[in-house]
Design a protein around this ligand. Structure first.
Ligand code: NAD
Ligand code: ZN
Length: 366
């Protein structure tokens, strides 16, 4: 029997206004902290974070994140953290700021706190960073020795952020179960720790899916009103904790590889991670030969949530065969998770699945 592995961030805190208590939750991590966030997020949280740290005797400073998880940016902030001699880095914002903080902590051997201020991706709980070129093309997954020591999610900030971030998180979370289940069914399917998925990883992915299906539409309506409701709490947990634990421990498959392939085309750079993943999910379902009824139902669900269901909605109005060929080729690279699907994968089959998913998306959404 192949080895099964399950691994997780040790502490997860979620609730309305928890930013004001970050100092209490991070007290054991050290005496000084560097907050990494872009200008928008610094404006939102720097005052509260600094005050909370200082109330616990922890020195806190900040550095402005420039926006891309590139090697250059990671080196620049690592130098800053090393010069200041801090014990902890706090990454606040979306997936990119958090991934940068994890890479800085890894390079400088520091503790990490991840503080998502949007519920848009799986980045907050995971032990990896997605590295991009300075131009925004996917380069590689960087694996870290450990998970963030603390993940702190303030649902008041999440609900007040622009709704499209929350919707993107739903897209990222909707993929989790389909991908984890593919990796579970495949004889050689692996999770992100190089092991077979545990029952826990598989089941948490399914709970992620059920939570999204039960609560996403109501939660999105609440977030449109900047309101924190129990559905918002449920979907924030699904987008952040369940999807994060689910993808790392359950494994990814075609949807995220197709997302990575799509990042090769400049036209898609304005679409968010979760939006591109949603196109990947629909294409995965086509690739897997799911029934018409099932694919159409998932398209209707995602469209109602405000997620894209056609290539045009992610910037690719009339993609050429060459462009889709390029996406499919990148999606099928040897190290890609698409090979967790329980059948052999070819770039031609992937390109055809993307084109067909787009056509079905048009039919259902018109
Ligand atoms: N490491 C992982 O496991 C993992 C998993 C999924 C995705 N990712 C990565 O995450 C990245 C995408 O992250 P993203 O979609 O969160 O976008 P992002 O990090 O690119 O951008 C987030 C934007 O939201 C703004 N923002 C943040 N909080 C706000 C708030 N409360 N109010 C208003 N604006 C706010 C920020 O200023 C920023 O412009 C990609 O690089 C992707 O590869 C990583
Ligand atoms: Zn994702």
């Amino acid at each position: 029997m192949a080895t099964k592995i399950f691994s997780t961030a040790p502490n997860y805190v979620q609730g309305r206004g928890v930013t004001a208590n970050i100092g209490d939750h991070a007290e054991q991590l050290g005496d000084s902290a560097l907050l990494i966030a872009d200008e928008i997020v610094l404006d939102l949280v720097a005052g509260t974070v600094t005050e909370s740290f200082e109330s616990r005797g922890i020195d806190a400073t900040s550095v402005t994140f420039k926006g891309e998880v590139s090697t250059t940016e990671i080196e620049r902030i690592t130098d800053e953290a090393t010069t200041q001699g801090v014990d902890t880095v706090v990454g606040a914002g979306g997936g990119k700021a958090i991934d940068t903080a994890k890479s800085v902590a890894d390079a400088a051997e520091l503790a990490t706190v991840s503080m998502p201020t949007v519920a848009s991706t799986d980045a907050p709980t995971s032990s990896l960073s997605v590295i991009y070129s300075e131009q925004g093309e996917f380069e590689e997954y960087q694996f870290h020795e450990s998970h963030p020591e603390l993940v702190l999610v303030d649902t008041e900030l999440i609900a007040a952020a622009p709704t499209h971030f929350f919707v993107s998180g739903v897209g990222d979370a909707l993929a989790t179960w389909f991908e984890a289940d593919a990796a579970y069914q495949a004889t050689n399917g692996q999770n992100f720790f190089g092991g077979r998925p545990t029952r826990a990883g598989h089941t948490l992915s399914e709970l992620c899916y059920e939570t999204i299906r039960e609560h996403a539409h109501a939660a999105i309506q609440a977030v449109e009103q900047n309101a924190v409701t129990e559905s918002v709490e449920a979907v924030t947990e699904a987008n952040t904790l369940l999807s994060g634990l689910g993808f790392e421990n359950g494994g990814l498959a075609a949807a995220h590889s197709i997302h990575n392939g799509l990042t090769q085309l400049e036209e898609t750079h304005d679409a968010s991670h979760g939006e591109k993943v949603n196109i990947g999910t629909i294409a995965q379902l086509v690739l897997e030969g799911r029934s018409n009824a099932f694919i159409e139902e998932i398209i209707t669900f995602s469209q109602t949530a405000g997620l894209p269901v056609t290539l045009g909605e992610i910037g690719l109005d009339d993609p050429s065969d060459e462009q889709l060929g390029q996406v499919a080729k990148a999606a099928c690279a040897e190290e890609e998770t698409i090979h967790n699907e329980p059948f052999a994968i070819t770039p031609a089959a992937v390109a055809d699945a993307i084109r067909t998913a787009d056509a079905v998306g048009h039919t259902v959404s018109e």
